[in-house]
Ligand binder design. Structure first.
Ligand code: S3P
Length: 181
C-alpha cells in the first residue's frame, strides 16, 4: 500500500549518470505520478539542446533557464522531478525543491557514472576533459555538501533501475509511516 503524501513531490538529485531520469521515470510509473525532467523541459522551452545552450551561450545562460524552470515546477504538486546534476549548486534552487517535497540524492562511483554516460548524450561539463573520471570526481567534491543535504541518500552502484526505484519508494513509505505514528 502506498502511504506517501500525495501532495509532496519526489525530487531526484545527483551527478550525471547517477540515474535520475531513468529512475525518476520508473518511480513515476510505479506510483502513477507525472514525471518531469528539468533538462528536457529546458530543451523544449528553448528549442535548443543543452549542448547548444552551453556552446552558443554559456553555462550562466543555462543556469538562468534552469533556475526559472525549477522555480516554476516547484509549485507543482505530487510529481516526480529529475533535475540536472548541477541544479542544486544554487541554494535557492535547493530550497525551492526542498519546499516542494522529498529530495533523494543518488550516488555511484565516478567509474560507474562515466561508464553509464559514455556514448550517450553529450555532457558539456566533460567535453574536452583529458580525464573525465577525474573531472567527475572534482565536480562531486564541489557539490557533495549540497547532495548531503538531501532527505535520503541512495547508492545505485550495481543495482538495476527497478531496484533503485523500489528502494526509493520503500524509503518514502517508511518515512510516511514514521510520520503517521
Ligand atoms: C549538468 C548535468 C546535466 C545537464 C548539464 C549540466 C551538471 O544533466 O544539466 O549538462 O552541471 O552536472 P545530467 O545530470 O542529467 O547529466
Amino acid at each position: 500500500m502506498q502511504i506517501i503524501d500525495e501532495a509532496k513531490n519526489i525530487v531526484l538529485i545527483g551527478l550525471m549518470g547517477s540515474g535520475k531520469s531513468a529512475i525518476g521515470r520508473t518511480i513515476a510509473k510505479m506510483l502513477g505520478r507525472r514525471f518531469i525532467d528539468t533538462d528536457r523541459l529546458i530543451e523544449r522551452k528553448s528549442g535548443k539542446t543543452i549542448t547548444e545552450i552551453f556552446a552558443e551561450q554559456n553555462e550562466t545562460s543555462f543556469r538562468t533557464l534552469e533556475k526559472e524552470i525549477i522555480k516554476r515546477i516547484s509549485q507543482y504538486v505530487g510529481i516526480v522531478i529529475a533535475t540536472g546534476g548541477g541544479a542544486i549548486k544554487d541554494p535557492e534552487n535547493f530550497n525551492y525543491l526542498k519546499q516542494s517535497g522529498w529530495i533523494i540524492a543518488l550516488y555511484a562511483s565516478p567509474e560507474t557514472l562515466y561508464k553509464r554516460i559514455q556514448g550517450k548524450r553529450v555532457r558539456p561539463l566533460l567535453l574536452e576533459k583529458e580525464d573525465p573520471i577525474k573531472a567527475l570526481e572534482e565536480i562531486y567534491n564541489e557539490r557533495k555538501g549540497m547532495y548531503a543535504k538531501a532527505d535520503f541518500q541512495v547508492d545505485t552502484e550495481d543495482k538495476s533501475i527497478d531496484e533503485v526505484a523500489e528502494e526509493v519508494i520503500s524509503l518514502l513509505n517508511l518515512k510516511a509511516e514514521t510520520i503517521k505514528n
